[in-house]
Design a protein around this ligand. Structure first.
Ligand SMILES: NC(=O)C1=CN([C@@H]2O[C@H](COP(=O)(O)OP(=O)(O)OC[C@H]3O[C@@H](n4cnc5c(N)ncnc54)[C@H](OP(=O)(O)O)[C@@H]3O)[C@@H](O)[C@H]2O)C=CC1
Ligand SMILES: O=C(O)C1=N[C@H](C(=O)O)C[C@H](O)C1
Length: 233
C-alpha cells in the first residue's frame, strides 16, 4: 500500500518505520512547509500534525479524495462538520484519540467500571494524565475520550481541568514531565479506600502500529470510523 505521512514529527517518524516493516511504501513525508497535494500519490494518508493544522489537512485530503487516518488531537468540537464533509465527498476517515490496542481495551474497561460505580455515590471519580513537556493540548485527547466514557455511564455531567473534587464534575489533572509517552489514571476515592485503573505507554510503537493497522483496514471503506470499528470491540 502507498502511504503519505502528513506531519512528520515524533509520531510520523515511528509510523514510517513500522509501515515499512509491514511492507508498505511511504510515497510522501509532508511537513508544515511542504506541498500537501503530494497526498494524491497515496492510497491512504496518515495524519499526525498539530491542533492548529489538522482541520485544513483533513479537509484538503477529503477534497482530494484520499482516505485519512487521523491521530492528531485537539479538534473534538469539529467532528460533526468533518463527518458531514466525509459523507458528502464519499471519502473514508478513521480518527482516534489513541490508536494503541492497550488504550482501546482500557477505554472499554473504563466504561465497564463506570457502570459498576454508578450505584455507589460514596466514591468520587477523578483522572490524571501525564505526558511529555512538548505536548500542545491539555487535557489529552485520550483523557477526553475516557471522560466521555465516564459521563455517558454515570451521573457525572461534565469534566474540568484541575484536581479539586466537585459534585457531578470529573476533575482531570494534566501533568507534563520530561519524556513521558502517555499515562492515564482513573481513581474512585472513598473515605476508606481507592480503586484505581491505569494505562502506561512505554513507547510510541503501540500508537504507530495501531495507526498503520487502521490504514490497512480503511483502504476499501467509505465513512467515518473509530479504532473501536477497526478492532471490532
Ligand atoms: N491518536 C494517537 O494515538 C496519538 C495522537 N498523538 C497526537 O498526534 C499529534 C502529533 O504528535 P507528535 O508527532 O508527538 O507531535 P510533533 O510535534 O512531534 O509532530 C507534529 C508535526 O506536525 C508538523 N506540522 C505542523 N503543521 C503542519 C502542517 N500544516 N502540515 C503537516 N505537518 C505539520 C510539525 O512541524 P513543525 O515542527 O514544523 O511545526 C511537526 O513535525 C498530537 O496532536 C498528539 O496529541 C500522539 C500520539 C498518539
Ligand atoms: O501527544 C501525545 O504524545 C499523545 N497524544 C495522544 C492524546 O492526546 O491522548 C495520545 C497519547 O496519549 C500520546
Amino acid at each position: 500500500m502507498k502511504i503519505a505521512l502528513l506531519g512528520y514529527g515524533k509520531m510520523g517518524k515511528v509510523i514510517d518505520a513500522i509501515a515499512q516493516s509491514r511492507g508498505h511504501e511511504i510515497v510522501a513525508r509532508i511537513g508544515r512547509n511542504d506541498d500537501i497535494n503530494q497526498v494524491s500519490k497515496a492510497h491512504v494518508v496518515i495524519e499526525f500534525s498539530t491542533p492548529d493544522s489538522v482541520l485544513n489537512n483533513i479537509n484538503t485530503c477529503i477534497d482530494l479524495g484520499v482516505p485519512i487516518v487521523c491521530g492528531t488531537t485537539g479538534w473534538n468540537d469539529e467532528l460533526s462538520n468533518v463527518s458531514y464533509h466525509v459523507q458528502e465527498k464519499k471519502c473514508g476517515l478513521v480518527y482516534a484519540s489513541n490508536f494503541s490496542l492497550g488504550v482501546n481495551l482500557f477505554f472499554e474497561l473504563n466504561k465497564k467500571l463506570a457502570r459498576m460505580m454508578q450505584k455507589f455515590d460514596q466514591y468520587q471519580v477523578s483522572m490524571q494524565e501525564i505526558h511529555h513537556t512538548q505536548k500542545l493540548d491539555a487535557p489529552s485527547g485520550t483523557a477526553i475520550t475516557l471522560a466521555e466514557g465516564i459521563i455517558s455511564n454515570t451521573n457525572v455531567q461534565s469534566w474540568e481541568l484541575g484536581s479539586e473534587p466537585q459534585d457531578h464534575i470529573l476533575p482531570i489533572e494534566a501533568l507534563r514531565e520530561e519524556d513521558v509517552k502517555g499515562t492515564h489514571i482513573i481513581n474512585y476515592d472513598s473515605e476508606v479506600d481507592q480503586i484505581q485503573i491505569k494505562h502506561t505507554a512505554h513507547s510510541r510503537n503501540g500508537f504507530a502500529l495501531g495507526a498503520v493497522i487502521a490504514a490497512e483496514w480503511l483502504m476499501d471503506k467509505k465513512g467515518v470510523f473509530t479504532m473501536k470499528d477497526v478492532l471490532g470491540l
